[in-house]
Ligand binder design. Structure first.
Ligand SMILES: C[S@@+](CC[C@H](N)C(=O)[O-])C[C@H]1O[C@@H](n2cnc3c(N)ncnc32)[C@H](O)[C@@H]1O
Length: 434
């Protein structure tokens, strides 16, 4: 993680400042040709998706940053357990189901996957019924890279309805499933799924005993479960919640796919860094930096995308008005407002927004500020891809920090992808073995 940390530290002036808050960006005075080149590019919709690939064919130094970011943030797929442990033939059929999802990249459960799953250990109808295709693909992919479980209870950390726990119990024959989940409605729904769909143990094995613990993953009861020696899985447990499992887990096998890094901010407003090696890197990541990790192409349709654009255009238009009104040349942070406000005419939006922020109400026609907001939004959109070149590198560094913390706690740790980014953008997994 050291080279990646050094790379990110060195290039902080490129990924830390947000064009949304003000232009020109600090790097533009040193690289005016790059700024001109960006301005000459056609407006790109959804700049964060393929920014890295796009930048690879840009001019230097953009393409050099992109090459370095791509190389340093490269993470190999985790090996499929079925290929490495052929002695465990009992589970091989089900493992094949997941292999298809890792290879397909489509996010949909392929017909081959469904077929292989159902004839392998009769898993899919009972466990995956009613779950969306993308979620099914994530669950199967997660299961496919998980090494053999022991005879220990299985802990599904922030498990929701415990789809993953139930799937793993079926595939791997765990007899006892413990679930940590703070939402009582999800726990009850999970309990209903266990009882309605019958025994979830592998065929020929005793029925699954499932226990949902409606508790806070940051509390003492959850900690006691993390320390109880179970095998543990956490699919998309948010920031401090997967952090708690990393800090307290005691057992033989833990598999974590981290998510929502924004939920791991310290009281100083900076990202919680778990490992000593991570702290040595001296990367001070604030909420905006963590938001960058989660900015990815929206798979919303064009109409939804236009609505998302309008939110930013209105906010920027209001900021233009406020700057003119107050003489300020800095962005004024405004509170969140009801999403319906962005469907109002701009004048009405500004009137309510001004009230919300404690500013005097704008008077008269505001058309010029609305137009200025749209123009500023276009300029922002032309700059944002530079920042986005570093998106994956930041994410990989954050997950490496978590992996390193587990290593510092004495585990043998592997980090890799468990599925393609099309199945879930949060596709990195940390596997720790005692
Ligand atoms: C992104 S979902 C993942 C759910 C499940 N692992 C899956 O992949 O389907 C995160 C889960 O964490 C739960 N959660 C959020 N805060 C929690 C807390 N403080 N303690 C326990 N669970 C929490 C949510 O209710 C939600 O079910």
């Amino acid at each position: 993680m050291k080279p990646l940390g050094e790379f990110l530290r060195e290039h902080r002036p490129l990924w830390h400042p947000r064009a949304f808050y003000g232009l020109p960006l600090p790097w533009e005075s040193e690289l005016p040709e790059l700024a001109r080149w960006l301005d000459a590019q056609p407006s790109r919709h959804g700049p964060f998706g393929d920014a890295l690939e796009w930048a690879l064919s840009g001019p230097p130094p953009l393409r050099d940053w992109a090459r370095a970011a791509k190389a340093l943030a490269h993470v190999d797929p985790l090996p499929h357990w079925s290929k490495r442990a052929s002695a465990h033939t009992q589970d091989v059929g089900s493992e094949r189901a997941s292999v298809e999802t890792q290879d397909s990249g489509s996010g949909r459960l392929t017909p081959q996957a469904t077929a292989a799953g159902t004839d392998g250990v009769a898993l899919s109808r009972r466990v995956l019924d009613g779950i969306t295709g993308k979620k099914q693909a994530q669950l199967l992919a997660f299961a496919s890279v998980l090494p053999p479980l022991g005879q220990r209870p299985l802990l599904d950390w922030c498990g929701g309805k415990a789809h993953l726990g139930r799937l793993l119990a079926t595939l791997r024959g765990a007899r006892e499933l413990l679930v940590v989940e703070h939402d009582p409605a999800l726990c009850r729904a999970g309990e209903r799924l266990v009882s309605a769909k019958g025994a979830f143990g592998a065929p020929g094995k005793p029925a699954l005993k499932a226990m949902f613990h409606t508790v806070d993953a940051l509390g003492a009861e959850a900690r006691a479960l993390a320390e109880a020696g179970c095998d543990a899985v956490a699919l998309h447990a948010c920031g401090d919640l997967h952090g708690a499992l990393i800090e307290h887990y005691r057992g033989k096998l833990v598999a974590i796919a981290p998510c929502c890094f924004l939920r791991a901010l310290g009281p100083d407003g900076l990202a919680t860094v778990l490992s000593a090696a991570g702290r040595d890197a001296g990367l001070r990541l604030d909420a905006n930096d963590l938001r960058l990790v989660h900015e990815s192409p929206s798979d919303a349709g064009r109409r939804d995308a236009a609505a998302v654009d309008r939110v930013q255009q209105f906010r920027l238009g209001f900021d233009e008005w406020l700057r003119a009104e107050t003489g300020s040349d800095a962005y004024t942070h405004m509170p969140a407002c009801p999403p319906q406000w962005f469907a109002l005419p701009f004048e009405d939006f500004c009137s309510r927004f001004a009230d919300l922020g404690g500013h005097p109400k704008p008077r008269g026609a505001l058309g010029e500020f609305e137009a200025a907001g749209v123009a500023r939004f276009e300029a922002v959109r032309r700059r944002d891809p530079v920042r986005a070149v570093f998106r994956r590198a930041l994410e990989v560094w954050l997950v490496e920090d978590r992996a390193q913390r587990l290593r510092e706690r004495g585990f043998d740790v592997t980090m890799g992808t468990f599925c393609p980014e099309g199945v879930t953008p949060r596709n990195l997994m940390i596997l720790g073995r005692a």
